[in-house]
Design a protein around this ligand. Structure first.
Ligand SMILES: *Cc1c(COP(=O)(O)O)cnc(C)c1O
Ligand code: SF4
Length: 350
């Protein structure tokens, strides 16, 4: 993954005034994120005795180091080494175990890559890897081994992908993904949205991002402007796994998008120790629907190397979802799905 400090910063002169004081606050927050296990433990008042690798015995320490913004750390419980937000970001020795069936590319992304950075796996929509950078490094991430260095970055580099989309009239929706597309600055994303809007057969622009949850100040008026500013219908899919991730600032950020007419969905990953109880899922979904965010997918963990300790048995997942269906209206229960390499869509687990 890229370091956030290498993000392209494209500032057009006319925007400099609007960005008085230089960088937007979310970029400063990213630059100042916690990257050190010792520091994280100190902030939370926990002893770093939880099994965790020293940099030296981590297989490739530079590849997927700890990264978590302080705004997200502030939502963790002090003194609790089992905090559900902490468990999502803290590297542990369990990642070093190799478990059979847990692979570098569990979902067949490599095979679906029609061009560097462009995945065309499902009918009607393509997924553009806009960047390898994220605002947080989630230890269970299925793309943690994705060869991001090879993916094109920036409008000029995306030109072949854009040409491919323009040449295929079956494509109606582009999904901006990554990494996290919202680690790119609004000027770059606005230019991409404008370029995509020129393609007549495209109807929708979807953004898959964890940033409105991790760093809610990322939901700037510029972001809302470019997302609603073309003829493409915008859809936003955020990623929260636990109700504690959604504090008042996050609620306000989600509200700013929804008030502007952007439908917002949430996807979560079922994670052992984090949200594998009926109570945790019920609390998350209750919080989301009260904020007008629809729970979209609950993902069975992708079997990515280094994440086996997060796996929850399918039977347990089904028990949880069945109980949710008893307790909630249909729109509040996410689809429980898994990604099957080569499948024509995400597969419902029933
Ligand atoms: C998950 C995914 C999508 C989106 O799937 P939806 O069911 O439309 O949300 C599209 N392309 C790829 C490669 C994906 O992994
Ligand atoms: S889950 Fe999303 S935000 Fe987290 S590391 Fe993976 S791509 Fe980045």
């Amino acid at each position: 993954m890229d370091s956030v400090t290498t993000l392209p910063l494209v500032v057009r002169p006319k925007l400099v005034g609007r960005m008085a004081g230089g960088e937007p606050s979310w970029r400063r927050a990213l630059a100042g994120a916690v990257r050190n296990v010792g520091e994280l433990c100190e902030i939370l008042g926990i002893s770093p005795e939880i099994p965790q690798p020293q940099a030296a015995d981590f297989p490739s320490p530079g590849e997927f180091p700890l990264l978590v913004p302080r705004e997200f750390v502030a939502r963790m419980r002090s003194g609790d080494p089992r905090d559900p937000l902490l468990l999502q970001v803290l590297p542990t020795g369990a990642e070093l175990q190799s478990t059979s069936g847990f692979l570098a590319d569990p979902v067949g992304d490599g095979a679906a890559e029609v061009l560097p950075g462009l995945l065309h796996k499902y009918a009607g929509r393509v997924l553009l890897i806009t960047t390898g950078a994220c605002a947080v490094h989630c230890r269970y991430c299925f793309r943690r081994h994705f060869p991001y260095e090879a993916a094109p970055k920036g409008l000029a580099a995306w030109a072949p992908a854009i040409e491919h989309i323009a040449a295929d009239e079956s494509i109606h929706e582009v999904i901006l993904s990554g990494g996290d597309p919202l680690t790119l600055v609004d000027e770059t994303l606005a230019a991409l949205a404008e370029r995509l809007a020129e393609i007549a057969h495209l109807k929708r622009l979807r953004v898959h991002t964890r940033l409105p949850i991790v760093l809610p100040q990322r939901v700037t008026s510029e972001l809302v402007d470019w997302l609603t500013g073309t003829r493409l219908t915008p859809w936003m899919v955020v990623h929260a796994n636990h109700a504690n991730e959604i504090d008042g600032d996050v609620a306000a950020a989600l509200g700013r998008m929804i008030d502007a007419g952007i439908p917002v969905l949430n996807q979560a990953v079922l994670l052992a120790g984090v949200n594998d109880t009926v109570e945790a899922q019920a609390e998350l979904n209750e919080r989301l629907i009260n904020l007008r965010v629809q729970p979209y997918y609950l993902h069975q963990l992708d079997r990515v190397a280094g994440a086996a300790h997060f796996a929850v048995p399918v039977e347990r997942g089904l028990e949880i979802v069945t109980e949710l269906r008893r307790r909630f209206p249909g729109y509040a229960v996410p689809l429980y799905v898994e990604e099957v390499a080569g499948g024509a869509s995400k597969q419902m687990i029933v």
